[in-house]
Design a protein around this ligand. Sequence first.
Ligand SMILES: Cc1cc2nc3c(=O)[nH]c(=O)nc-3n(C[C@H](O)[C@H](O)[C@H](O)COP(=O)(O)OP(=O)(O)OC[C@H]3O[C@@H](n4cnc5c(N)ncnc54)[C@H](O)[C@@H]3O)c2cc1C
Length: 409
Amino acid sequence: MKHLIVGNGIAGINAAKAIREMDTTAAIVMVSDETFPPYSRPMISYVLEGSEPHEKLPLFAGNVYEDLNITPVLGNRVAQLDAKKKIVRLENGADIEFETLLIASGADARHIRVPGSELGNIFTMRTQKDVLDQLKAVSQGVENALVLGGGLVGFKAAHALLKRGIKVTMLITSPYPLAMQVDETAGKMILRELEDHGLTVKVGVSVTAFDGDATVENARLDSGETLDCDLVIVGKGVDPSLRFIEQNDIQTGYGILVDKYLCSSIPNIYAAGDAAETFDIARQTRWINAIWPEAAIQGRIAGFNMSGRKVSCPGSLGRNVMRIYGLDVMTMGLANPENTDNFEIIQAGGEKTGAYRRLVFHGDILAGAVLINQIEQGGMLRAMIENRVPVRIPRSCLMSLDFNYSQLL
Ligand SMILES: Cc1cc2nc3c(=O)[nH]c(=O)nc-3n(C[C@H](O)[C@H](O)[C@H](O)COP(=O)(O)OP(=O)(O)OC[C@H]3O[C@@H](n4cnc5c(N)ncnc54)[C@H](O)[C@@H]3O)c2cc1C
């Protein structure tokens, strides 16, 4: 059997490991446009802040390709897939044949497209190379940095630059940070915490242009303001990295649509991780939950299925645990539904108490939660969402710090 894996991130490498567990002789070819061995992407901001050297990022000691008998094709981007002929074509023109294919190409950082966005010292933050480029700029002296976007990546970038003693302004189009994960009360608590720790945050604004000679010198905002900046990090989300599949009949939504075995609409072509749209347990619909633990488990499940062992994916769940200075923040599931008509939401605490809890119910099922501080029961709440445990006791019981699972039985 000849397996081809596009992407050497956590989904790709976990798939290769699962295939090797099942079959010691199958050929595994792994293509990636990155040249680094598989590494911890969530940790790249620690390299920027200086708390970890980039040599600490690899996930495996030694040579994982040799150890798993994988043929690596690194520094090469797949340009095109021909699903009928079972071939991928690389940008350098070479073709690679496959019997089974895993698309684990993850996601590409969104760039900002405004006049001046091609100036030097404007970076995205997705890869180890991005961070090494940022470090080079920082080493040449940076005084004022701008971080565009208030999501997890934006927060990590801002924190890293602040730790280096750089003045950082975060620009967010939404009214508060982490707006994709949390509601307004939690968002405002996080906003205050960031400001208390030296970050300048401007909400409800966007950049309309950058000015500079070779490198960026200032940013013009839609508010009319102009901000001095000598480094910009764009953290405005990601898009699944799928341009190479466009001319095929693979069904896609935002990502590649997969069934419970993580197989696409074309037999023998699988997808996992940030590129795949799986069934979201909390939303009860397809969704991309672009987080590390989902990519890890999906890669493993896809690998088993590629090698003939049927393993089904129980669905995915968006979740994050973050330490934002003095706040422990935990979010999971559908914590902030756009339309609240069919949901019952209970919440308690807030800025005055220093702790906050918000639970979102769909019928008698817990669909999402936000916890700020006092997050000890988060694991239990997550299990309730994942297992769709009906709540037939007064919901207020779940707000108590004494609540335990046995009360549901
Ligand atoms: C700064 C940062 C911080 C993060 N922090 C967290 C966190 O705290 N917690 C969390 O859960 N998640 C976090 N994430 C998200 C997490 O890193 C991703 O969900 C995870 O890496 C997805 O893994 P993947 O294997 O699906 O894709 P990726 O890690 O994106 O790997 C895909 C690989 O495929 C390559 N590729 C893409 N297209 C092609 C092509 N056409 N040809 C060849 N190769 C290609 C890419 O270059 C890449 O190397 C963070 C992400 C970033 C960027």
